[in-house]
Design a protein around this ligand. Structure first.
Ligand code: FER
Length: 262
């Protein structure tokens, strides 16, 4: 990648994550949906953009958290409302809502105790069914949204980045846009992850993989990128300044959001 492009990923404009004076603001709303997968009602947070209208039709980005988080993690640490409001007000985004689920699909899905316990790691796998069978149908019957893969994106950070790859690349009929920000060791091995290269090339509009150069999980991203390159699958590969942290993920959201649904 040339130096100019590389530099682009290491910056976002001053104040990109700060609230601007405006009467037009989006909003973040907690929701609950029935999960047949877990057998309980599960929580999520939904961002609707400035000027949101039931008469319009929106695309949907499903945005996933890391191992230490819940459905609140992006809201509490990633300034999604400020970043997305500012982009919407600048005319830089397609009309979209953003759904932030809880990716630990089990009865007690709080981020407490030993987060690496087997049952808790398994719950990040179980989320595949919760997302596809429960959450997406709920969102699509509740919000005024488009329901084709061209209008659905799946992205996440760390554990959520691994989920975005594991789920997204198996279900390219459901998601045309997939983004992994600093994907974690839950990311399947490349040969398993990419079981049907031709299908990926045909179905995906964007496959994004990014990681901070100082992130100790970077070998996971490297491995995935090298395999994709080797077998000739187009993807956006971003090595950026920083570690396993929110400065990186906020910037990733800023850039990724502008590239989807276009
Ligand atoms: C691991 C190291 C980190 C791992 C997961 C993580 C499943 C996740 C980190 C995060 O989500 O921030 O070995 O194994």
């Amino acid at each position: 990648m040339n130096e100019k492009l590389q530099a682009q990923w290491n910056t976002a404009p001053e104040g990109f994550d700060q609230p601007k004076e405006s009467n037009h603001r989006g909003s973040l709303n907690p929701i609950e949906y029935p999960s047949s997968t877990v057998g309980i009602k599960r929580k999520a947070v939904v961002y609707t953009p400035p000027g949101f209208s039931e008469q319009a039709s929106y695309s949907v980005l499903y945005l996933l958290h890391g191992i230490g988080g819940t459905e609140r993690e992006w809201m509490d640490h990633g300034c999604p409302q400020q970043i997305l409001d500012n982009l919407h007000l600048g005319g830089a985004l397609s009309p979209m809502i953003v759904v932030m689920p809880n990716g630990r699909a089990m009865t007690d899905d709080r981020a407490t105790g030993d987060l690496f316990e087997a049952s808790k790691l398994q719950a990040f796998e179980t989320f595949e069914s919760d997302l596809l069978q429960d959450l997406i149908p709920f969102i699509e019957s509740t919000y005024p949204v488009h329901t084709t893969s061209a209008h659905r994106a799946l992205a996440g950070l760390s554990m959520g980045g691994g989920q975005a790859l594991n789920i997204g690349l198996q279900h390219t009929d459901r998601f045309a846009w997939v983004g992994a920000f600093s994907p974690a060791p839950n990311t399947r091995e490349p040969e398993v992850l990419i079981s049907s290269p031709e299908r990926l090339v045909e179905d995906l509009s964007l496959l994004w993989i990014s990681c901070g150069l100082d992130d100790r999980l970077k070998p996971i991203s490297d491995r995935t990128h090298h395999y994709l390159e080797e077998i000739g699958i187009p993807h956006l590969w971003i090595e950026e300044a920083g570690g396993h942290d929110w400065e990186v993920w906020k910037r990733d959201l800023y850039h990724f959001a502008q590239r989807i649904f276009k």
